[in-house]
Design a protein around this ligand. Structure first.
Ligand code: AMP
Ligand code: ZN
Ligand code: ZN
Length: 343
């Protein structure tokens, strides 16, 4: 196999996002040296941290906890965000006539929506990847439960589950947590993805996420999920965990599949931590819109995307939407496939 050093640059177009990525090995070190220089290890703010057990009074109101029985200690809490991006009390997201000029023909909606926080553990020093596969599965089931609650609001059109780990991945608090934002619109990245998958389905009769990736891109597999580096990864060591079953919505997964996904997610997080020196990362659940006229959701397929934050998005990427990735996906997959992890 060619190494980064002797491969020529290549442009690849992603069939799922419709975006071009420039693979530019000349800009990289060897993939195995591609370690984070600023590991995301938490500084310890125990005592002042609102997400620690005992500091519940410092938090915005709780939505639910796991287990629900208050006579035992909580393991997971889903709470309102104290500084929400959207306002849950606005009731709906009608057009906002009071926007006050200057918008021209722009659409303006009242900022209705939900912004919640999922506290993944009561213990400040524990990361998501330190939990057992079953406990990571319980966090995934907490996401599912909250998504299902949010879908009861007719004007919610898309629910984004995401995690920021480490300051340069956007985390402001080090205690292990993730977030859920429910929007009254379908974001353009989401509609572009749905449209690309629909077009691919119509042209080929196949869903590109149902197809098993080549062995060169594969990292690991479980009973119900496959993890691999996408052929057009926009970031080095980006990982997708894709359900084997064709399903448009994350919230359709059952308890058994959630536990299985918990194991594979833990494994992937441990692998990037070992190989890339505990890098800052984001993960996102890429699901499909709800209560919307977006046509033919039947050709869409949800997945979980993990993006270690090892490069800086700068002028070129902002201008063009086209990322430069210094590590070829086949080489990133090899580095992640070959590391042995003690679970
Ligand atoms: P991040 O910025 O990704 O670390 O996510 C932490 C989130 O927690 C932010 O969106 C904050 O607005 C939110 N937050 C901070 N303090 C509190 C608190 N005491 N109760 C509820 N949410 C909080
Ligand atoms: Zn804490
Ligand atoms: Zn599919």
């Amino acid at each position: 196999m060619m190494t980064s050093q002797n491969r020529l640059p290549q442009l690849r177009k992603d069939a799922i996002t419709g975006r071009w990525v420039v693979f530019s090995p000349a800009r990289a070190k060897r993939p195995s040296d591609f370690k984070s220089k600023a590991p995301a290890t938490a500084s310890d703010h125990r005592g002042r941290c609102p997400f620690c057990s005992g500091n519940e009074h410092m938090c915005a109101p709780q939505i639910f906890r796991v287990p629900p029985d208050p006579s035992s200690d909580w393991k997971i809490r889903v709470i309102e965000n104290l500084y929400p991006a959207l306002d849950r009390n606005l009731k709906d997201a009608d057009f906002d006539g009071g926007g006050g000029g200057g918008g021209g023909d722009a659409d303006v909606l009242r900022g209705f929506g939900f912004h919640d926080v999922v506290i993944e553990t009561p213990d400040h020093s524990v990361h998501l990847s330190d939990l057992s596969p079953r406990e990571v599965g319980d966090v995934i089931l907490a996401y599912k439960k909250r998504v299902e609650q949010l879908l009861t609001f007719d004007s919610i059109k898309y629910v984004q589950v995401f995690k920021n780990h480490g300051a340069s991945a956007g985390a402001s608090l080090s205690h292990s947590h993730s977030q859920i934002i429910a929007l009254p619109i379908v974001p353009s990245n989401v509609s572009a993805r749905i449209e690309c998958l629909r077009e691919h389905f119509h042209q080929t009769g196949k869903c590109c996420l149902c197809e098993v990736p080549s062995n060169e891109l594969l990292i690991d597999e479980s009973a119900h999920f496959v993890s691999f580096v996408p052929f057009v990864a926009s970031s080095p060591f980006e990982i997708w965990i894709v359900p084997r079953d064709h399903s448009p919505h994350f919230h359709e997964l059952d308890d058994n599949k959630a536990a299985d996904l918990g194991g594979l997610l833990k494994l992937m997080l441990r692998k990037i931590s070992i190989q890339l020196n505990d890098p800052p990362f984001n993960f996102m659940i890429q699901t499909s819109p709800v209560h919307t006229s977006v046509s033919e959701l039947g050709s869409t397929h949800w997945y979980l995307q993990i993006v270690p934050q090892l490069t800086i998005v700068a002028g070129f990427e902002v201008a063009t939407g086209c990322h430069i990735n210094p590590v070829f996906p086949e080489e990133a997959a090899k580095v992640l496939r070959e590391v042995h992890v003690q679970m």
